[in-house]
Write a protein that binds this ligand. Structure first.
Ligand code: NAD
Length: 253
């Protein structure tokens, strides 16, 4: 409670899953939220925040478009006077496509959203944070960016790229007072992974989903949102340039 009191947070991919949960948690912690998604359902996230007397505006836009991300950051300044937190979280899975069926177009689509979209959020958030000498940027990577077996090839490559972006940008932002970190979620039940859970439930094998995980279960969006809240807050004031698995111990095996 109150960890982000008086702060302003931009969240991309805020219509669903991890982004939606994080927008709600940030607002509950006292932040005014700019919720961006290409899906119109981002309005539901804003409505939920307002219902709890929080402050939020929505932007329906593609996060991989530079003009859109520049405008989203400027909206935070215009509506709420500052930008303290940017959670670059929007992403797509691209599916599990066999090597011989992968095309440059498929790679480009996944890299454009997951890597270039994240870069654009980082670039424009840093543009307005560095003059104020403060701010926290958080990017959603994945355990697939650390140990690639779990995802499709372009997905895993894009998430490894996000981790690299975070590490290099921490140095680029040296002396600016702005921190940047990545979260590497394990398997979380969200819109992206819903087909896995639906299929397993239909087959009655859903108890097998977490079998290889030390905690014997998949994660919930809120469990990622809580890590995002920590990294966003001043409690993480000396945490910078890192990629944190939040995966129930999956990547420890
Ligand atoms: P989700 O599909 O529930 O949410 C992703 C949101 O991003 C959607 O609302 C979607 O509309 C939005 N989005 C996608 N492309 C966009 C674009 N170009 N512009 C604007 N919005 C866009 O999935 P999620 O699991 O909550 O995904 C959030 C992040 O977490 C992603 O980066 C994903 O790769 C990552 N992640 C998820 C898991 C998992 O198991 N669910 C694991 C590791 C990492």
């Amino acid at each position: 409670e109150g960890q982000l009191k008086g702060k302003v947070a931009l969240v991309t991919g805020a219509a669903s899953g991890i982004g939606r949960a994080s927008a709600l948690v940030f607002a509950q912690a006292g932040a005014a939220v700019v919720a961006l998604d290409r899906a119109a359902e981002v309005e539901d996230t804003v409505a939920s925040i307002r219902k709890e007397n929080g402050r939020a505006v929505r932007i329906v836009a593609d996060s991989s478009d530079e003009g859109n991300m520049a405008e989203a950051v400027d909206t935070a300044l215009r509506e709420f006077g500052a930008l303290d937190v940017c959670f670059a979280n929007a992403g797509i899975s691209g599916g599990m496509v066999p090597l011989q069926e992968q095309t440059p177009e498929h790679w480009l689509q996944v890299l454009t959203v997951n890597l270039i979209g994240t870069f654009l959020a980082v670039k424009h958030a840093a543009r307005v944070m560095t003059p104020r000498k403060r701010g926290s940027i958080i990017c959603t990577a994945s355990v697939a960016g650390l140990r690639s077996g779990a995802g499709g090839s372009p997905y895993s490559a894009s998430k490894a790229g996000v981790i690299s972006l975070v590490q290099t940008t921490a140095y680029q932002l040296s002396g600016s007072g702005v921190r940047i970190n990545a979260i590497c979620p394990g398997l979380i039940e969200t819109g992206m992974t819903q087909p896995i859970f639906d299929q397993a439930r239909a087959r009655g094998t859903d108890n097998k989903i977490g079998q290889l995980n030390p905690l014997r279960r998949a994660g919930a969006p809120l469990e990622i949102a809580r890590m995002a809240l920590f990294l966003a807050s001043d409690a993480a004031s000396y945490v910078n340039g890192q990629a944190f698995p939040v995966d129930g111990g999956l990547s420890a095996s």
